[in-house]
Design a protein around this ligand. Sequence first.
Ligand code: ADP
Ligand code: GLC
Length: 512
Amino acid sequence: MDILFCTSEAYPLIKTGGLADVSGSLPAALAQLGHDVRLALPAYPAAVERAGTLHEVSRLRLNGSDSPVRLLRGSLPGGRTPVYLIDAPAFFNRPGNPYLQPDGRDWPDNAARFALFSRACAALGLGVGDRDWRAQVLHCNDWQTGLVPALLSRQSPRPATLFSIHNLAYQGLFPASTFQALNLPDALWSIDGLEFHNQLSFIKGGIANADHVTTVSPTYAREIREESFGYGLEGLLRHRSEQLSGILNGVDLEHWNPATDPLIARRYDMHNLQHKLFNKYTLQRDHALPVSSQPFLLGYIGRLVAQKGVDLLLDIIDQLARQPIQLVVLGSGERRLEQQVLAAATRHPRQVAVSIGYDERLAHRIEAGSDALLMPSRYEPCGLNQMYSQLYGTVPIARRTGGLCDTIVDYNQTTLDSRTATGLCFDDDSAQALLATCLGALRLYREHRVDWWKLVIAGMQQDFSWTQSAARYSALYQSLVRGETPRIGSAPASRPTKPAFDDSRHAGQPIH
Ligand code: ADP
Ligand code: GLC
């Protein structure tokens, strides 16, 4: 089958988080099943630089851009997955983070940028961009591509559309006037279209209009139907229950495998775990921490934002520092949180080390060198680090939410006896719960080493490959193309007199 995978980031072209990991690895897993999967991505400078030799496929005249938009074709490094880059320099020729200005604020024209990207993807989907190739399915991801299913819903014939939610909290919300400025079809301004409490919602375009909606774990697929996780979209998501499912993310084992990882100090597997200790020493040395096997080394890698529960960690750092514990943090995000973790490192220079910024190599080294990895997330659509950590023999300490529930087997006597336990989980969204779990892990690590090793080994034996999940996507694409799932809006939308769902209770909640 021919699939266009529309995404705003893909490793190793450009990455801010897990979406890039998924976009960089799922297409290859689908290709192994015989599909022709191609990525569509904005032509950011980093992507242009890394996508190999580029050929101009066509020039598109698109609403929103005064000059023609060039469609370039390259591939992911290694040449496996073809990539279409949407080249509109006024919109995408900006170095650095794809969504943020150097001062950390959103680019003011993000609506125009991702509307143009979505229009280019829709054009490609209709066979306008590349005369030699036409997708049967457009697989769209997150709000940046939310307009694609909405734009295509008004076309007939059209390819099937799948919209994957990687993070419901980021919705692409803009003032109503932006809808006018973007020159979008009037019919899309409705409660069944793009309107959300008199604002323009990009993500709603995907959720309301795609033929099917997935999210990246089965638990998160259930959670987002509830008010506490739905950010006001739970009504719509419940309304679409029949076409909403969760497919767990997989791991790219070419990049995340301690036995072959070129970025770590010494490679290892479960048969020579003493080499993992060498990685711990290296991590300690590189961070000017005392080099010793004794302290319990905790790692944290991730965006420093409320989602990840960093504030819970900040609340307990001083208490952790009274224990034989070391902590290595890598992340960037909210300035206030960055400053607070840096201050903790200044208070505890022999125990806490912090790197602010994005560093792929260090992320691998923390996975390899830590004894345990902290993920106290408030919500977690899937989460990848807890899977990487298990494969690296690093035990996750995580809050029981979203994909963390689906990928970690919590330690208790039963799971220990059956050698299935792979991590330690807690329920409460509280610093005390995190502290208690960390102290429990410390006890296990220091006083019950045999049990600790059982967790380590069980984690390293997990199958987090894409095999099963890619097969699920494949089956889903096939059912969409066969029309087994009814197409939404395959004819021009008629305006319902009554909204099909009610999201009226949720005006004004804070969303990113
Ligand atoms: P999210 O997508 O919500 O940020 P995930 O756990 O799904 O969380 O994926 C995060 C990905 O980004 C992982 O590959 C992780 O290693 C990586 N990552 C996050 N922050 C950093 C950082 N500061 N430096 C390097 N890699 C990072
Ligand atoms: C999002 C989520 C994360 C998920 C990733 C990839 O950024 O926050 O939980 O793993 O997308 O799907």
